[in-house]
Design a protein around this ligand. Structure first.
Ligand SMILES: NC(=O)C1=CN([C@@H]2O[C@H](COP(=O)(O)OP(=O)(O)OC[C@H]3O[C@@H](n4cnc5c(N)ncnc54)[C@H](O)[C@@H]3O)[C@@H](O)[C@H]2O)C=CC1
Ligand SMILES: O=C(CO)COP(=O)(O)O
Length: 338
């Protein structure tokens, strides 16, 4: 028997995940705030702004009416960029209260909120009444929408302190090309997913500047060290960072031309201006905003994050990337285990 699932957010990832769930014979309703996009998706089964060459299942239904999407849904999957997540969650809460529903929440957002430094699950927990939701499960890991759309082999993590809820999500999404593992470490999964985007911008920038494989391997490895340091300072399990939502996602994002964060970094490395890069991407580049939140959070907590700090200076203080690299390489010699 199929489950009724509402997917909120019809960008590249929300649409592809909704399509995957339709392929798994679930009953899915995709919500977008953009009515024109909804008409095009329902009529032509394409998403004009994101991955426009991909043809979605004709069984995938879209709506711009959140209440219609959510009514009777047993699961609600939120795939909204960090910046808009709290607002959408607040609107969802009003509907859930009105309809008196209590769905299981899942989110696939990767970032930290500006000013509050909250993780996505914390924002959802604050905005959605406990009486009108079950647990919140994080779906994260190395999973570019472009590859999942063409059913390339993918493995991800469903994280929740309540492993029974994580297992329900595992069952919902699993199929012969999409393998879902469970994990009880929400903090680690969310820090891994958010912070890898910063390092991916750095990896793209190195390549844009002409640096080679050794440089990229060094950045990824030392990037992972500082991601782990910040995550562990907030209670994450260090082993999560050697899993799919840690090193897995870091590797795919820091090495793939499908990554918006990598591409943004590459363009910066080639000398393009930040405003220009943002306006031409047409999709969210989470790492730009997470770099600011993570930098400020690390300062407050006194956690060493030299690569994040370097990128913060490049992105927010206009420091030249080569100068940032020189400064990173000329820091006092240190132990790898710090
Ligand atoms: N694209 C990918 O391959 C993956 C993306 N993610 C994460 O998923 C989240 C969403 O990313 P994408 O789908 O790629 O973004 P996108 O840039 O392709 O699309 C974002 C979608 O969210 C909607 N949106 C933005 N703000 C909104 C608001 N305030 N209210 C309602 N709708 C709003 C936009 O209209 C658009 O449909 C991000 O946190 C991203 O890091 C995670 C894994 C893979
Ligand atoms: O999180 C992602 C892949 O796992 C998507 O990364 P980008 O946002 O850089 O495209």
């Amino acid at each position: 028997m199929s489950n009724k699932i509402a997917v909120l957010g019809a960008g590249s990832w929300g649409s592809v995940l909704a399509n995957l769930l339709v392929g798994n014979n679930e009953e899915v309703m995709l919500w977008s705030r953009d009515s024109e996009q909804v008409v095009t998706m329902n009529r032509w089964h394409i998403n004009p702004q994101y991955m426009k060459d991909f043809k979605y299942s004709p069984d995938l239904k879209a709506t711009d009416d959140m209440e219609e999407a959510v009514r009777d849904a047993e699961y609600i999957l939120m795939v909204i960029p960090t910046k808009g997540l709290r607002e959408v969650a607040g609107n969802l809460n009003k509907i859930l209260v009105k309809l008196d529903q209590k769905p299981l929440l899942i989110h696939a957002t990767k970032g930290l909120e500006q000013e509050t430094y909250k993780r996505p699950s914390q924002m959802l927990a604050e905005e959605i009444d406990e009486d009108h939701r079950q647990d919140i499960v994080v779906l994260s890991g190395p999973s570019h929408a472009e590859d999942v759309a063409i059913q390339d082999m993918t493995a991800v993590t469903a994280a929740c302190a309540n492993l029974t809820a994580a297992e329900r999500v595992q069952k919902l999404f699993s199929n012969n090309f999409f393998r879902v593992y469970t994990n009880d470490d929400v903090i680690g999964a969310e820090f891994g997913g958010a912070l890898k985007n910063i390092i991916a911008i750095g990896a793209g920038a190195l390549q844009g500047l002409g640096y080679k494989d050794n440089a990229r391997a060094a950045l990824i490895t030392r990037g992972l060290a500082e991601i782990r340091r910040l995550g562990v300072a907030f209670g994450a399990n260090p082993f999560t960072f050697i899993g799919l939502s840690g090193v897995g996602d870091l590797v795919v994002t820091a090495t793939s031309r499908n990554s918006r964060n990598w591409r943004a970094g590459y363009q910066l490395g080639q000398g393009r201006q930040l405003e220009d890069v943002i306006s031409n991407m047409g999709m969210v580049i989470e790492g730009i905003y997470t770099a600011k939140a993570a930098y400020e959070l690390a300062q407050k907590r006194n956690v060493k994050m030299p690569i994040t700090e370097a990128l913060y200076r490049v992105l927010y203080e206009g420091e030249d990337i080569e100068t940032a690299i020189t400064n990173l390489m000329s820091r006092k010699a240190t132990s790898e285990m710090e």
